[in-house]
Ligand binder design. Structure first.
Ligand code: 13P
Length: 257
C-alpha cells in the first residue's frame, strides 16, 4: 500500500495585512519546522503579499497562490498568470475553490483551463471540489463531486498527477462551523479515489492526496485525518491563527506516523 504524506494548506483568503501576513508566515514557518518530515505544508496568502510571505517562510513551508488566470500574458486586466506566480516563488496554486465557483461564478471549463495552464507552467495544483447543501439534500453529492473532478482533470495526463492534490470542500461546511463528520467526509473521499482509479489507474488513485476542507479546527482535525482516505486538510479560518494551524499540522503529521 502506498503511504501518502499528508498535506495541509492554509488558505488565508482575503485576510491579513502586509504586516500580519509577514508575522503569520514567520510563526507558521517556525511552528511547522519540526513537522515537515511527516507533513507537507503550504500557505496561500493574498496576491499582494506573496512576495513578502515567501521571503518570511524560508525554504520549508511552501508558498501557494489562491488562483491564477490561464493565459500567459496580455490584455486581461486584474488577472495573474502562472509565470508571474512562479516569478515570486509560488510552487502550488488552488484552482476551483468554492468561493471562485460560487461567489465569483467560475465554471468547470474555466477551472480546467486554469488547471492545465498551471500544470503546463510547472506549478502544482490543488483542485477543489464540493457540493452545496441543496445538492447534498437532493442526493447529488456523489454525482456533483465526480462531475467536478472529471471536468477539472480533463486532458490532465497521468504523468502530471503527482503534481495534483484534490481538496474535497463541501460548500455547506466552509466558514460555517459545520464540519462534515469523519464518516461523511471519508465516504466522499473514497468515491473520489475510486473515480481516480477509473479515470487513470490504481497507482494514480493510491498516490494522489485528497485533502478535506470545511471548518477544520484544532479540535476536530485529528478525527478527520484518522480516516484512511483523508490525507490532510485545506484550512480557512483556523489557518489565520498560527497556533491553531500548527496544531492541525501536528495532527496530520501524527496521522502519518
Ligand atoms: P474554513 O476552514 O474557514 O471553513 O474554510 C475552508 C476553506 O475554504 C479552505 O479553502
Amino acid at each position: 500500500m502506498t503511504v501518502r504524506k499528508p498535506f495541509v494548506g492554509g488558505n488565508w483568503k482575503m485576510n491579513t495585512t502586509a504586516a500580519t501576513a509577514a508575522q503569520l508566515a514567520v510563526d507558521v514557518a517556525c511552528g511547522c519546522d519540526d513537522l515537515l518530515g511527516r507533513a507537507d505544508v503550504a500557505v496561500f496568502p493574498p496576491f499582494p503579499y506573496l512576495d513578502t510571505v515567501g521571503k518570511h517562510l524560508g525554504n520549508g513551508v511552501r508558498l501557494g497562490a489562491q488562483d491564477l488566470y490561464h493565459e500567459a500574458e496580455g490584455a486581461f486586466t486584474g488577472e495573474v498568470s502562472a509565470g508571474m506566480l512562479i516569478d515570486v516563488g509560488v510552487g502550488v496554486v488552488l484552482v476551483g475553490h468554492s468561493e471562485r465557483r460560487h461567489v465569483i461564478g467560475e465554471g468547470d471549463e474555466l477551472i480546467n483551463c486554469k488547471a492545465r495552464a498551471a500544470l503546463g507552467a510547472g506549478l502544482d495544483i490543488i483542485l477543489c471540489i464540493g457540493e452545496t447543501i441543496e445538492q447534498r439534500e437532493a442526493g447529488q453529492t456523489q454525482q456533483v463531486n465526480v462531475g467536478q473532478l472529471m471536468a477539472g482533470l480533463e486532458a490532465v495526463a497521468a504523468d502530471q498527477m503527482p503534481r495534483v492534490t484534490i481538496a474535497y470542500e463541501p460548500v455547506w461546511a466552509i466558514g460555517t462551523g459545520r464540519t462534515a463528520t469523519p464518516d461523511d467526509a471519508q465516504a466522499v473521499h473514497a468515491v473520489i479515489r475510486s473515480t481516480l482509479a477509473d479515470r487513470y489507474d490504481g497507482a494514480v488513485a493510491e498516490s494522489t492526496r485528497i485533502q478535506y476542507g470545511g471548518s477544520v479546527k484544532a479540535n476536530n482535525a485529528q478525527s478527520l485525518f484518522a480516516e484512511p482516505d483523508i490525507d490532510g486538510g485545506l484550512i480557512g479560518g483556523a489557518s489565520l491563527k498560527a497556533d491553531d494551524f500548527v496544531t492541525i499540522v501536528t495532527a496530520a503529521a501524527q496521522a502519518s506516523s
